[in-house]
Design a protein around this ligand. Structure first.
Ligand code: F6R
Length: 244
């Protein structure tokens, strides 16, 4: 638990930088699982600063984003492709071919195959070294909404009403907000060697309590992380305020 999200984000960036450097010294790729949304913005800003001011290189970094709305054009203002390019990829020396984000332009018939290949790419690299997560008000991780199974695969999902309401401010109203998305499944998230979930603000405190201290249940997918052997919830005081 940190005083504020800025200090917390810096601490996470420091851990990521250390991992990237260890992997560099071993001549290994550093495989990062990344999230979008408001929670990781400070983290990405700090990683950009470490690149620009302290020479941190991303040349050995391979990234897999958790999710993308479906359908979604990559150059649309609300695409997660645009989000990642603006806040991170275009500002560091990561290789374009090393950045993976689920494709929101596929035809429906191709999605299942595409999702298996997305997972196979992760497996071919030896799995995710460090998975960054935010958390939805309903406990979703990625877009694994309430009811998602612990062994769920990467797939097309229907977004919960609460998730769409949260997103609707970016889409100028609920009617314009996508109803579906492609998400990395819970299984691959749980297979990551290390997981860091971040949450800021009192609005997240109830779901943080349910995830950390409540029963493990697929109604709160973040609660599955209680069974992960190297997962950390990084919180500010507000998000931690309901923990006992
Ligand atoms: C985004 C994602 C989502 C968000 C969650 C929290 O890639 O996977 O699970 O992390 O909805 O969103 P914010 O950070 O905007 O509160």
């Amino acid at each position: 638990v940190f005083e504020d999200s800025q200090t917390a984000s810096k601490a996470i960036a420091k851990e990521i930088a250390k991992l990237i450097k260890v992997k560099q010294s071993q001549k290994q790729p550093c495989v990062l699982g990344l999230a979008t949304g408001s929670s990781p913005k400070g983290l990405y800003a700090e990683l950009v600063r470490l690149h620009k001011e302290e020479g941190l290189s991303f040349k050995n970094v391979v990234t897999f984003n958790l999710d993308e709305y479906y359908p979604m054009e990559p150059d649309s203002v609300n695409s997660y492709v645009r989000f990642m390019k603006t806040l991170l990829f275009d500002q560091v020396d990561i290789l374009k071919e090393n950045c993976h984000i689920p494709d929101g332009t596929l035809s429906k018939a191709d999605i299942a195959d595409y999702c298996s290949r997305y997972e196979a790419k992760i497996e071919a690299l030896g799995g995710i070294d460090l998975q960054i997560l935010g958390i939805g008000g309903n406990g979703h991780i990625g877009f694994n909404e309430s009811g998602s199974l612990q062994n769920s695969k990467t797939r097309l999902v229907a977004l919960d009403h609460i998730t769409r309401v949260a997103a609707s401010k970016d889409f100028a109203g609920l009617v314009n907000t996508p109803k579906t998305a492609i998400t990395l499944g819970v299984k691959k998230i749980m297979e990551a060697k290390r997981v860091i979930l971040m949450a800021w603000g009192e609005a997240k405190s109830a779901i943080i309590r349910a995830s950390v201290e409540g029963q493990i249940t697929n109604q709160v997918p973040a609660s599955f992380l209680q069974e992960h052997n190297n997962a950390t919830f990084v919180l500010d005081k507000g998000a931690a305020s309901k923990l006992t």
